[in-house]
Design a protein around this ligand. Structure first.
Ligand SMILES: Nc1ncnc2c1ncn2[C@@H]1O[C@H](COP(=O)(O)OP(=O)(O)OP(=O)(O)O)[C@@H](O)[C@H]1O
Ligand SMILES: Cc1cn([C@H]2C[C@H](O)[C@@H](COP(=O)(O)O)O2)c(=O)[nH]c1=O
Length: 218
């Protein structure tokens, strides 16, 4: 497979989408063929599953169903969209991937980490990201950004079922991301996201260009 698979992770509202878009624009300007996608979502079926998972009315959803719905969305996304793009040599930038299942469902909900990883591995046929940027920010900052976005102008939206969870849950998720970074130092870069958009983008740009140079020279 010739393409490069880059994922963005971190707590809700950390600024992943903002940074992913900036990186995509920069890479496109250099002439790279970039696919921007997200989880849950990315295909028609995966987007329908996303609506079921995130609907704030679905408060009765059991943990097992949540894990399997994220995995089902991922299975469709990986096989229909991501793998063909990587086989065509494209750079795939994905807003969340398997680390989100480990952080939110394993560390957040308390489900066994290995079980969540095994289900995700099956769903993705073992696909792993080449590089993962974890945007790290104190939970009170990311939740404040979310509330600000929810209440502002054209971006206005209701908080989804996961975003509405208690601050203690979001703190466990953040700690989970820290553990993932410690477990995978070769793949994961933790980026201090409690800075300006420009400072964060500059760090990601530097690291990503180095990654591309390494990839080309292999
Ligand atoms: N560095 C930053 N400083 C201050 N505000 C920011 C920064 N980056 C993004 N924001 C703002 O915070 C809000 C959340 O940003 P964004 O949508 O990029 O986060 P996200 O991590 O993708 O959120 P979600 O988890 O909901 O997908 C937006 O209103 C965005 O404009
Ligand atoms: C892939 C994935 C996502 N989540 C959570 C994380 C977020 O709260 C939502 C997705 O919303 P976003 O605005 O697109 O970030 O879903 C999860 O719990 N598990 C996963 O595997």
């Amino acid at each position: 497979m010739n393409g490069i698979f880059i994922t963005f992770e971190g707590p809700d509202g950390a600024g992943k989408t903002t940074q992913l878009k900036q990186l995509a624009e920069g890479l496109k300007k250099l002439g790279h063929d970039v696919l921007v996608t997200r989880e849950p979502g990315g295909t028609a079926i995966s987007d329908q599953i996303r609506s079921i998972i995130l609907d704030p009315a679905h408060k009765e959803m059991v943990d097992q169903a949540e894990v399997l719905l994220y995995a089902a969305s991922r299975a469709q996304h990986v096989h229909q969209l991501i793998l063909p793009a990587l086989q065509a040599g494209r750079i795939v930038l994905c807003d969340r991937f398997i680390d989100a299942s480990v952080a939110y469902q394993a560390y957040g909900l308390g489900i066994d980490v290995d079980q969540v990883k095994e289900i995700s591995r099956y769903a993705s046929s073992g696909l792993q990201a080449t590089r993962t940027y974890i945007l790290d920010v104190p939970v009170e900052v990311s939740l404040a950004r979310l509330h600000h976005r929810a209440g502002s102008g054209s971006d206005a939206q209701q908080l989804d079922r996961i975003e509405q969870k208690h601050v203690d849950y979001h703190s466990r998720v953040r700690a989970g991301f820290h553990q993932i970074a410690a477990d995978h130092p070769e793949r994961v870069r933790v980026v201090d996201a409690n800075r300006s958009e420009e400072e964060i983008a500059a760090d990601i740009w530097t690291d990503c260009n180095q990654l591309l140079e390494e990839h080309i020279s292999v």
